[in-house]
Design a protein around this ligand. Structure first.
Ligand code: NDP
Length: 333
C-alpha cells in the first residue's frame, strides 16, 4: 500500500554516507529529502541547490530543538559519528520528530537504552539504519530459513572487513567511534547471525589481533568472535580494518546459503543448495527509505525488525564481545 503522502526526511550529518542516502532517496517512491542538519556552513548552499531545500528546513546542531515548530519535517536521519548518535537522537526526540539512526545504534548498550527511553517519552519512533533488512538477497535467505528449507541451522561462518585508509579519521578515534572494526562492520556479522537464527546468543567468546598498534592505538583492528545460541547453533565471525573480506555462509541439516559479497552496497551475490540466487538488484538505501516510510507513516512492521530494540540487542552483544576480549585468552609461549 502506498502512503497517502511521502515521508519528509531531514538528514543530520552531511558526510559520505549522508550523501549516499540523499542521492538514493531521489529514486524513492515514498520518501523525500526536505531538510538538513549540518555543522558545516559551506555545505548548505550545495545541498540546498542539489535537493531544493528551503532555508526554513536548514538547521545546525545547536538549533535542532527549533524543529519542534516546523510541521514540514517528519523524521531526522542521524548519520553522524557513532559516539554522537545518543546525543543527536535525544535532541531530535526532544524536538518531537521521529528518528532514524545509523548503525551502530550507539557506542554502548547503556546509551542505546537511554535513546529508546527518550524516544518513548517523546512518543516518536526510533529506527536503526539496517539497510540489509530491506535487501532482496538477504531477505530471500531469511525467508528460506524461516520456511524450514535449510532444516535446523547448525553453523554460520561470517566475516566482513576492509583496509581502512586515512589514519586521522574519526573511525580510529575511540571518543567518536566507540570502537573499531567490530563497531563499524563486525556488527553486520553479528546482526546476520541474529536474524538468520532468530535467536539471541547465550554465550560469547572473542579474540583480538593488532598488527599495527600505532594506527589502531585507540580502536580494534581485527576481532574474531564466536556466538552460541540456545538451539545449539554456533556462529563463527570475524571483522577487520586491515583485511578485505566479506562472506556469509549458513549451514543447516537440509541445505545451505552463501552470500558473497554479503554486506556491501551490492550487488549482493549468492547461492543455496538449490542453486544460484537470482533476486532483484536494488539500491539498498532507496529500498530502505521506502520501507521505512511505510513503517513510520503506515505503522507497517518488518521481520526482522529495524527498531531501537533491535539496535539494543546488537549493542548488548557488542559490549559482551569487548568484555570477552578484556578478560583475555590463555597465552601460549
Ligand atoms: P563521515 O565522516 O563521512 O560523515 C560524518 C558527518 O557527521 C560529518 O560529515 C559531519 O557532517 C557530521 N559530524 C558531526 N560532528 C562530527 C564530528 N565531531 N566529527 C566528524 N563528523 C561530525 O562518516 P560516515 O558518513 O561514513 O559515517 C557516519 C555514520 O554512518 C556512522 O555511524 C557510520 O557507522 C554510518 N554508516 C553506515 C553505513 C551503512 O551502510 N549503513 C555506511 C557508512 C557509514 P556535517 O559537516 O554536515 O556536520
Amino acid at each position: 500500500q502506498q502512503p497517502a503522502r511521502k515521508l519528509r526526511v531531514a538528514i543530520m550529518g552531511l558526510g559520505s554516507y549522508g550523501t549516499r542516502v540523499a542521492k538514493a532517496m531521489k529514486d524513492c517512491q515514498s520518501a523525500e529529502l526536505v531538510g538538513i542538519v549540518t555543522g558545516s556552513p559551506e555545505k548548505i548552499p550545495v545541498w540546498k541547490k542539489e535537493y531544493n531545500i528551503p532555508d526554513k528546513n536548514v538547521y545546525n546542531y545547536e538549533t535542532v530543538g527549533q524543529m519542534k515548530n516546523n510541521p514540514d519535517i517528519d523524521v531526522v536521519y542521524v548519520i553522524t559519528p557513532n559516539s554522537l548518535h545518543a546525543k543527536h537522537v535525544m535532541q531530535v526526540a526532544a524536538a518531537g520528530k521521529h528518528v532514524i539512526c545509523e548503525k551502530p545504534m550507539a557506542d554502548t548498550a547503556a546509551n542505546a537504552r537511554k535513546m529508546i527511553a527518550a524516544c518513548e517519552k517523546a512518543g516518536v519512533k526510533l529506527l536503526i539504519g539496517y539497510r540489509l533488512h530491506f535487501e532482496p538477497y538477504t531477505r530471500k535467505v531469511i525467508e528460506m530459513i524461516q520456511a524450514g528449507e535449510m532444516g535446523k541451522l547448525n553453523y554460520i561462518d561470517n566475516y566482513q572487513g576492509f583496509k581502512i585508509g586515512d589514519p586521522t579519521q574519526w573511525r580510529l578515534k575511540k571518543s567518536l567511534a566507540g570502537g573499531g572494526a567490530l563497531m563499524d562492520v563486525g556488527i553486520y556479522c553479528l546482526n546476520a547471525a541474529r536474524y538468520l537464527s532468530n535467536e539471541e546468543p547465550i554465550w560469547v567468546t572473542a579474540q583480538e589481533t593488532k598488527t599495527d598498534p600505532v594506527k589502531f592505538a585507540e580502536v580494534d583492528e581485527t576481532i574474531q568472535f564466536q556466538l552460541g545460541f540456545p538451539s545449539g547453533l554456533v556462529a563463527s565471525c570475524a571483522t577487520s580494518y586491515n583485511i578485505r573480506f566479506e562472506r556469509l555462509y549458513a549451514q543447516g541439516d537440509k541445505g545451505f546459503a552463501e552470500l558473497s559479497p554479503a554486506y556491501g552496497y551490492g550487488p549482493i551475490k549468492g547461492r543455496t543448495h538449490k542453486g544460484p540466487l537470482d533476486e532483484p538488484v536494488v539500491t539498498h538505501q532507496t529500498a530502505q527509505m521506502d520501507g521505512m516510510a511505510d513503517i513510520i507513516l503506515n505503522n507497517k512492521t518488518i521481520d526482522p525488525p529495524v527498531d531501537g530494540q533491535e539496535g539494543l540487542k546488537d549493542m548488548i552483544v557488542l559490549d559482551a564481545i569487548y568484555e570477552s576480549i578484556r578478560k583475555g585468552s590463555a597465552k601460549m609461549k
